[in-house]
Design a protein around this ligand. Structure first.
Ligand SMILES: *[C@@H]1O[C@H](CO)[C@@H](O)[C@H](O)[C@H]1NC(C)=O
Ligand SMILES: *[C@@H]1O[C@H](CO)[C@@H](O)[C@H](O)[C@H]1NC(C)=O
Ligand SMILES: *[C@@H]1O[C@H](CO)[C@@H](O)[C@H](O)[C@H]1NC(C)=O
Ligand SMILES: *[C@@H]1O[C@H](CO)[C@@H](O)[C@H](O)[C@H]1NC(C)=O
Ligand SMILES: *[C@@H]1O[C@H](CO)[C@@H](O)[C@H](O)[C@H]1NC(C)=O
Ligand SMILES: *[C@@H]1O[C@H](CO)[C@@H](O)[C@H](O)[C@H]1NC(C)=O
Ligand SMILES: *[C@@H]1O[C@H](CO)[C@@H](O)[C@H](O)[C@H]1NC(C)=O
Ligand SMILES: *[C@@H]1O[C@H](CO)[C@@H](O)[C@H](O)[C@H]1NC(C)=O
Ligand SMILES: *[C@@H]1O[C@H](CO)[C@@H](O)[C@H](O)[C@H]1NC(C)=O
Length: 824
């Protein structure tokens, strides 16, 4: 608490002048460190990838925190593989078909090399680890330098062997590279196969594996080639600890005694002249022939430099829409920002052309892991800097619904992932809809998909949709100990599900309104208010026997409408009860967070929430209490919006204080600099949008204004090619002058404390004049962001269609329907 209020008391005169000449002409790669979040449980993918790339090459380790493959924590390397997810919290994902190099086998005998993960694992030299967009390298303790780069479905590994590798007769040893038919979490199912071609050394095959946080299984295929095939000495297969060059095909069972039997293939080379062997691996979810075709077309000549420079160019282009002024700021803040921006484009992953589950001309994206994490700021951020990719993601979500029956909530490795709360793809579609994404999106079909979430209960709602719809419709809340025979799922989280379902219904109502389905819009606006039915007006919250002094908290409620009880601090960082807070069958009534934090999750009706809590000043006191008493878990997504919700109580200055409190204290430019799992790029997007000074209320056409961490921020809309700019007058790099005194938008006085998406599409200029003290700016009732209860006409929340050069939404829906009809 003290740390925050100290800002206002210091009166240094350290103002600098704003000037913008050449401020954006610099190379952002110097500020991108993919290793941020590679230690301390960030679980990021630190390796080589293209934006949304399927091929993700990195060194895999045996760390407990190897969800993304590599961890910078002194763990050992088990191999080099090329499929990964990033920042996830479940089991390790993917990591299939790892390669592993030996500079030679003992006694020059192939059985003198070690094949199993547990025997072959080798340390790496800490200081040798080097990562940048499209590139990863390190030196193994065996003195083998390994670096790697990627194309969309293909990885290229370069193994450089030490020249000191000699055998007893003084001749250089024969390097061996093995390929292991396993994955990071040893989930291989029956009958993986590999075939090695004795003349070229090409290895092809496949395996079936389990998703890391979901149901079902997936099959995946590979095609490995070695540039040095003219130096091939021998090749073959191995099982457990023994290898043979006489055998070229292997089909291997699942496991023995719960341990997946090591098995795979190897190639051995005469010492290459430059001690270098390049290995290229193509991957496909369709078949091995497609894996080979992907590899041959994407990296035809094993040219490392040109593959890498293509990757660099693709990244530079993707990162070009956002630039900030460097004037006066510590470069570590630039690293926090741009590394966060970079991580928003690792996942979801573009598997278009690689989906074996159904035939479709639509794009296919995977690794929505999970939408509960992504909807809040990652996808909204990408809507600003890469709307064309978000459009494809939306089309993919809708197409998935068309073929599998439901919009995904969590999805990885072609499988359905577990639902954490509501049907939050509804929020994603609404966010895209109100921000005017339409190209190729059939919004009528999209609307039917979100409406199904609200109306039809899936038989198994642990993977999709919503549970408890019978109670939802009859009682207008999700009861604790619900009676639900329509469908089945984990019967917990009744409070957080009620809150999320309410917001999901608001999301649906906005699309309905925009499509002129007025009856539906009104219906879902009403059900978006059901959260109020769990607000127990007389509930108090005690911490260690001391009353926190607030009346009214959400509480569980039974089918008979009497109240249950959950301590409002349960599942908060202060909770020492040991209560399960995730998807366990004895989990709490709030998912991964407390009633204290969830009580602010009414993003669409803050006005009513503030009234229920006793008015703006009581609301602010309560939000302060949340932040000042250790009840916030800034390392998890439900906290994100709480940083900025002061805006709704006419205290935008406090949102600015909070943003600066959490960044950089909890978000740093170091490997351990993330406070929780990155969750794809959710944390990355939180820092990016907080530092930009425009934080989204996701699912609505609202960005809350706080002073950016930089003298100026520019974002060029790839849709309109216009550049929106936030410029700070009296920029103070010490962030003591943190308070907006006045603002202009395109030269006109601007007092609202939020802007709509038009700001970005039209390329407007927002100038913020800062000062030492909190001011009256943005505090009048008319300045506050909209709430559904105070603004009957929600259609005004939809981006002005004319700003995109279209007359109305119907035209667009008709157009995209026609386009789709033409395609199919
Ligand atoms: C490498 O770094 C890790 C994590 O900081 C540390 O545990 C390990 O001891 C380091 N190893 C060496 C050889 O310095
Ligand atoms: C790495 O492997 C070496 C050799 O097996 C072992 O001594 C070391 O403890 C391992 N390191 C970790 C962090 O497991
Ligand atoms: C040493 O290596 C060479 C070339 O790799 C091989 O031909 C020779 O048999 C090896 N000798 C011994 C004793 O391992
Ligand atoms: C795996 O192969 C064995 C032996 O050919 C066969 O009996 C079994 O049915 C196969 N399992 C699967 C899942 O295909
Ligand atoms: C920049 O920030 C880093 C990390 O907080 C800090 O260690 C460093 O001293 C700062 N540099 C300057 C010049 O203030
Ligand atoms: C509650 O009391 C315990 C035991 O005295 C103490 O360790 C803990 O820090 C207290 N928690 C808070 C939030 O005051
Ligand atoms: C309501 O249901 C709860 C849970 O089953 C039960 O404990 C309580 O006694 C019931 N109250 C009434 C008034 O029926
Ligand atoms: C924006 O610029 C790109 C590349 O220069 C161009 O292809 C596109 O047509 C432009 N779009 C608009 C709306 O001007
Ligand atoms: C800011 O507030 C402090 C404390 O209330 C006051 O002393 C100071 O004069 C104010 N500064 C300005 C520029 O108004």
């Amino acid at each position: 608490m003290a740390g925050i209020y100290v800002f206002t008391l210091l009166l240094f005169c350290s103002r600098s002048f704003t000037f913008t000449a050449t401020s954006s002409a610099y190379d952002v790669f110097q500020y991108i460190d993919p290793l941020i979040g590679s230690a301390n449980g960030g679980n990021v993918f630190a390796g080589a990838s293209l934006p949304y790339g399927m091929a993700k090459a990195v060194a895999d380790t045996d760390s407990d925190s190897n969800q993304g493959g590599f961890a910078l924590d002194g763990s050992n390397i088990t191999g080099f593989s090329c499929m990964h997810d990033s920042g996830t919290g479940g089991l390790p994902s993917l990591g299939n078909f790892a390669l592993f190099p030996w500079k030679g086998c003992e006694d020059d005998d192939i059985n003198g090399c070690m094949y199993s993960k547990r025997n072959r694992k080798t340390g790496y030299v800490n200081s040798s680890v080097n990562a940048s967009p499209g590139y990863f390298s390190l030196t193994m303790n065996s003195n083998i330098d390994v670096d790697m780069t990627v194309a969309q479905h293909t990885s290229l590994f370069r193994f450089r062997f030490p020249t000191t590798g000699h055998n007893v007769t003084g001749q250089q040893s024969s390097p061996l590279i093995l390929l292991d038919l396993t994955d990071l979490s040893d989930s291989r199912q029956d009958n993986a196969t590999v075939t090695v071609d004795s003349s070229s050394g090409r290895m092809t095959g496949s395996g079936r594996f389990l998703p890391s946080f979901g149901s079902g299984s997936y099959s995946i295929y590979f095609c490995a080639d070695f540039e040095s095939s003219s130096r091939l000495r021998d090749s073959g297969i191995y099982v457990d600890s023994r290898a043979s060059s006489d055998v070229k095909n292997l089909k291997i069972s699942r496991s023995i005694n719960g341990y997946p039997l090591p098995g795979g293939a190897f190639v051995r080379f005469y010492p290459p002249p430059d001690n270098t062997i390049l290995a290229r691996i193509g991957i496909s979810f369709v078949n091995s022939a497609q894996a080979c075709a992907n590899a041959e077309s994407e990296i035809p000549t094993f040219n490392f430099e040109s593959t890498y420079s293509t990757a660099i160019n693709i990244w530079k282009e993707k990162l070009s829409p956002i630039r900030v002024s460097r004037e006066g700021v510590n470069s570590s803040l630039l690293t926090i920002l741009y590394s966060g921006v970079y991580r928003t484009m690792i996942s979801p992953q573009d598997y278009t052309g690689e989906n074996p589950l159904w035939a479709s001309a639509e794009p296919y994206f995977d690794s929505f892991y999970c939408i509960w994490d992504l909807f809040r700021s990652q996808l909204p951020f990408l809507t600003l800097v890469d709307p064309f990719s978000v459009t494809k993601m939306i089309r993919s979500l809708i197409d998935t619904q068309q073929h599998l029956g439901w919009l995904p909530e969590c999805r990885m490795s072609l499988c359905k992932g577990y639902t954490q709360g509501g049907s939050n793809a509804d929020n994603v579609l609404a966010d895209a809809f109100v921000k005017g994404l339409y190209e190729g999106i059939d919004w009528e079909v999209g609307y039917a998909a979100v409406q199904k979430d609200a109306e039809v209960e899936p038989y198994d709602w642990s993977n999709e949709g919503r549970g408890g719809l019978l109670s939802w419709k009859m009682l207008k809340y999700i009861p604790v100990q619900d009676f639900d025979y329509w469908g089945f799922g984990t019967m917990t989280r009744s409070i957080s599900r009620t809150l999320e379902y309410s917001y999901n219904d608001f999301a649906i109502s906005q699309i309905a309104r925009g499509l002129n389905k007025i009856g539906d819009a009104e219906k879902y606006e009403i059900s978006s208010g059901y959260w109020q039915n769990l607000f127990r007006k007389d509930q108090a919250s005690y911490i260690n026997g001391t009353n926190t002094g607030f009346a009214g908290f959400f509480q569980p409620r039974y089918l008979n409408q009497t109240w249950g009880y959950q301590d409002p601090i349960t599942c908060s960082p202060l909770d020492t009860s040991g209560r399960d807070c995730s998807l366990q069958n004895d989990g709490a009534e709030t998912f991964e967070s407390s009633i204290w934090e969830y009580q602010f999750f009414v993003p669409h009706d803050m006005a009513t929430l503030i009234t229920l809590m006793g008015g703006p000043s009581e609301f602010v006191r309560r939000l302060d209490y949340l932040h000042d008493h250790g009840l916030v878990d800034i390392g998890n997504e439900p906290s994100f919006l709480t940083v900025f919700q002061y805006h709704y109580a006419a205290r935008p200055a406090k949102s600015a204080q909070r943003a600066h409190y959490y960044i950089p204290s909890y978000f740093q430019s170091t490997p351990s600099g993330l406070p929780g799992n990155d969750d794809s790029g959710a944390m990355g997007s939180f820092v990016a949008m907080s530092m930009m000074g425009l934080f989204p209320n996701a699912g609505q056409n609202v960005y809350l204004i706080t002073p950016p961490f930089f003298a100026s921020v520019s974002i060029t809309s790839p849709i309109s090619n216009r550049t929106a700019t936030v410029r700070v007058e009296n920029f103070d790099p010490s962030y003591r002058d943190l308070y907006i005194q006045s603002a202009t938008l395109d030269g006109k006085l601007y007092t609202k404390n939020w802007v709509s998406h038009d700001f970005f599409v039209q390329g407007q200029e927002l100038i913020l004049v800062l000062g030492q003290n909190e001011s009256q700016w943005g505090t009048n009732k008319a300045d506050l962001p909209p709430s559904v209860s105070t603004k009957g006409d929600v259609s005004s929340l939809v981006t002005e269609r004319s700003s995109l050069g279209m007359s109305d939404i119907e035209t667009r829906v008709r157009k995209s329907s026609e386009e789709r009809a033409g395609v199919s």
